[in-house]
Design a protein around this ligand. Structure first.
Ligand code: PMP
Length: 285
């Protein structure tokens, strides 16, 4: 059976799951989304993802036309109908069909889409050996212009950074903020270990407050590693003992080279490996 996609309460075969070309989600990137994981049939940190979705929607004056309970059911039904227990869930809410002008008041019908699919993580080898990343020239959106805390359908900022990273042969790329501080990668948050402490940029650096980021900070505290949310520079990364990225799709992935500098001894470090293993235990328990 073809993959079934949820749109506004109905299921459609993947090939027939379609949205109007007048939808402002397409015309202007006007909408919000979430990327969520399910492990062993259980949706991981669903409440946190729904909170972030509703907050993103609120920030752009978008009213999600169903309740959280209905959204929860839509997600569970989409997993069930596709027989997916371990997968990736994409929830999208668009502004809906409007006119060709910007005015969102002419959009009356936000579209709710839920896609559940099998996950493709980074290749297993990268979890063993670590990733190479580069800093790119594309600056993370200035929070005063468009807050990176909003997970909107307008991902061009991240896509331009991703293209630069790919051109440099890297599948993930590091973005700085307008002050030249480390912000985050195109679809992942960044962490460093230095002298036994875990460091990550604060929300004020202009980042998406990752849900995996929160989970990993909790795991670090559990094993007695101090966690600091502090402004970081590229220099802090170059001299770090360990570096890793977090995200719902990527989970916890080690980084061993940044801008052609070897991090630590060039292999995933002990705290990174411990956090990876605890994250694995938490999600697969
Ligand atoms: N930053 C950005 C820009 C992202 O797109 C993502 C992935 N959604 C993350 C960080 C990681 O967030 P999470 O752990 O909630 O998936």
């Amino acid at each position: 059976m073809a993959l079934q996609i949820y749109i506004n309460g109905e299921f459609y075969d993947k090939a027939d799951a379609k949205i109007s070309v007048y939808d402002h989600g397409l015309l202007y990137g006007d909408g919000v989304f979430e990327g969520i994981r399910s492990y062993g049939g259980k949706v991981f940190r669903l409440a946190e993802h729904l909170n972030r979705l509703w907050e993103s929607a609120k920030a752009i004056w978008l009213e999600i036309p169903i309740s959280r309970e209905e959204m929860t059911k839509a997600i569970q039904d989409t997993l069930a109908v596709n027989n997916i227990t371990d997968g990736y869930i994409r929830v999208v809410v668009t502004r809906g069909v409007g006119s060709l002008g910007l005015d969102p008041n002419r959009c009356s019908d936000p579209q709710v889409i839920v896609i559940a699919d099998r996950i493709s993580l980074y290749p297993e080898e990268l979890y063993q050996k670590g990733l190479k990343i580069v800093t790119v020239s594309v600056m993370r959106n200035h929070a005063a212009a468009l807050s990176p805390r909003i997970k909107s359908l307008n991902y061009l900022n991240n896509i331009l950074a991703k293209i630069e990273g790919l051109q440099a042969g890297c599948i993930e790329a590091l973005m700085l903020n307008h002050k030249g501080e480390v912000a985050e990668c195109t679809g992942d948050n960044i962490f460093l270990i230095r002298k036994g402490r875990l460091l990550t940029p604060p929300q004020e650096a202009g980042i998406l407050e990752g849900i995996t980021r929160d989970v990993v900070m909790d795991l670090a505290r559990e094993i007695g590693v101090a966690v600091l949310e502090v402004p970081l520079t590229k220099h802090d990364i170059y001299i770090a003992d360990e570096c890793f990225l977090t995200g719902s799709a990527a989970e916890v992935v080690p980084v061993v080279t940044v801008d052609c500098r070897t991090i630590g001894d060039g292999a995933p470090g002990p705290i990174t490996r411990e956090l990876m293993s605890r994250f694995h235990a938490l999600t697969r328990s």
